[in-house]
Design a binder for this molecule. Structure first.
Ligand SMILES: [Zn+2]
Length: 283
């Protein structure tokens, strides 16, 4: 499941494949960017912010703004936005970027899922089933990610601010609050379920009744950080299939601590997994 660690890893893959490369071609297969051509643009940086991917680009001198061709009289049709642009994408549940060597077969996913192809002399980046694909001036990135809370894997991770934002809505269940990217950015359903199990907190506990919010966000950060650099997401430390989680994806299987059957139920818009004994309801 693409959560903060997966997106962080993906940003690094794109950084290694494309950083400082001058693109030799692009192919957008989404209506909003159809016809956009990034040939000659230089990739400056690939970054993640929570679950958002930001590929920062520099347009060649004199290039017209994408989607804003110069007026016929030569005057700019739009205010000057500079030469720095950001290609934004979101993986949600099913998106992925892959980097291939030139000439290598694109085997990761079926071709009809391809949303964009970026070619450089040394690598081809293919984006599958990407969501919210947009090309915006880098100076305007804030419109896309400015609402996000502190990024658990960002250089500016601020646990105190994450706690402050969570605590501002004490009646929300902690299970929903941890998924709300406005509170803190990067936690998806897997880490939500796992961190609450490890803290012994029922997902239905109101935020205001969680004994140690700081300990909860600190543990979540540690779990995500531990999975940077690998594609297997494990919260148990074990990397073997079937052993990577305590409760997530384990409905009706015995709790690894107490043997009670793990339960699965809807909470808000998502399902949640928990152990009814290790995570008792709050009083
Ligand atoms: Zn248990």
């Amino acid at each position: 499941m693409p959560e903060g660690d997966t997106v962080w890893n993906t940003a690094r893959v794109l950084q290694r494949a494309l950083a400082d490369a001058r693109l030799t071609g692009s192919d957008f297969r989404v209506p909003q960017l159809a016809g956009t051509d990034l040939t000659g643009w230089t990739v400056r940086e690939s970054a993640s912010r929570g679950k958002h991917l930001l590929l920062r680009l520099e347009s060649p001198p004199g290039a017209s703004a994408p989607g804003h061709p110069s007026a016929a009289d030569g005057s700019p049709a739009e205010p000057d936005t500079g030469t720095r642009w950001t290609l934004h994408s979101h993986l949600r549940m099913d998106g992925a970027w892959r980097a291939y060597a030139p000439g290598e077969r694109w085997a990761a996913r079926p071709a009809h899922l391809i949303r964009v192809v970026l070619r450089s002399p040394h690598a081809v980046a293919v984006g599958y089933h990407l969501h919210d694909l947009a090309l915006v001036p880098t100076a305007a990135e804030g419109h896309l990610v400015g609402h996000l809370g502190p990024d658990l894997l960002g250089p500016d991770w601020d646990p105190a601010e994450a706690v402050r934002r969570l605590a501002a809505h004490p009646d929300t269940t902690i299970g929903e609050a941890l998924l709300d990217q406005r509170n803190l950015a990067g936690i998806g359903n897997l880490y939500k379920c796992e961190v609450l199990f490890l803290r012994g907190v029922s997902p239905w506990t109101p935020v205001g009744a969680v004994p140690d919010l700081a300990g909860t966000v600190t543990l979540a950060q540690r779990l995500l950080a531990a999975n940077r650099g690998r594609w297997t997401q494990s919260t148990t430390g074990a990397l073997h299939r079937g052993q990577t989680s305590y409760v997530y994806g384990r409905r009706a299987q015995p709790c690894r601590r107490c043997g009670t059957a793990i339960r699965k139920e809807e909470l808000g818009e998502r399902v949640t997994y928990w152990c009814p004994v290790c995570q008792p309801p709050s009083q």
